[in-house]
Design a protein around this ligand. Sequence first.
Ligand code: ADE
Ligand code: ZN
Length: 345
Amino acid sequence: MPNLDRITPQRLPDLLRRMPKAELHIHIEGSLEPELIFALAARNGVQIPYASVEELRRAYAFTNLQSFLDIYYAGASVLMKEQDFFDMAWAYLQKAAADNVVRAEIFFDPQTHTARGVSMATVINGLHRACEQAQRELGVSAALILCFLRHLSEEEAFATLEQAMPFLGQFIGVGLDSSEVGHPPEKFARVFARCRELGLHLVAHAGEEGPPAYVWTALDLLKVERIDHGVQSARDPALMRRLAQDRIPLTVCPLSNLKLRVFPRLADHNIGKLLDAGLVATINSDDPAYFGGYMNDNFVQTFAATGLTAPQAYQLAKNSFEASFIDAAVKRKYVDLLDATVAAF
Ligand code: ADE
Ligand code: ZN
């Protein structure tokens, strides 16, 4: 580890911004800014129940996960054409590059679109084209993770997987998102087993609002490699030991947790506790257009509120590469870049 003692608290925000990092928990539909929602609504002739960008932004006062999801799915209803999916992903990738994100593993929710008659090809081709352009023009490595909506049935997840089969080369894994409580991971055990046979990476949202039991079943029944959120794991010491021993990463999203009232104040967030317990915790933005910030906003605001330190900043960036689904040689290259950036800081 480079020498971090010389970095004063005043310089910490600058270090956080400059560090190369991986973003592993970003829903691309959650990067749709109100301005782009209105532009796409006009382009596609889609009606939205808000009179202006300001009125839509004022609706972003959430009380829990479901109150957010209702607005998030309404926002996504303006996406119709391949170019819309490209434009959304390209806008995110430019912001990611500006935040020194060098690797992004991007969730998308195909069922939100196929249910409206938009084809799987339209969704994946638009998103994938933006990922390819990001590598060429921004030097950002980007990959897609297809998420099943857990409030729908496992049968519908299987149908979605079937529709995605022609595009297996264009996404690297599957995840599980949407309304958590009442929809435990085990509901999707068979479809995850099939995805595992197909060689896809596996992740799942668990322990965002739901209990530690959902994290256990995501690990033991779905056999996921990472847990998205997972902050409720801190309520179960045996689970904390399991996550630490097996080096199961948690993709934590502090501003999301604040806006959805998982923690009453950012200062109450348990990211420091997760790091102290030796977990491979990472910081991510979740739905940045809705929760008030992209990667660097999440880092800077969380550090200011919780008092995390320079060594913890380094650990979080290093964890993000360890937790990513890139091969070992590329991981080493990114950690070397991190070390060089910190050494030169
Ligand atoms: N879909 C988009 N953001 C989500 C979140 N934070 N939890 C569950 N599903 C989501
Ligand atoms: Zn999420």
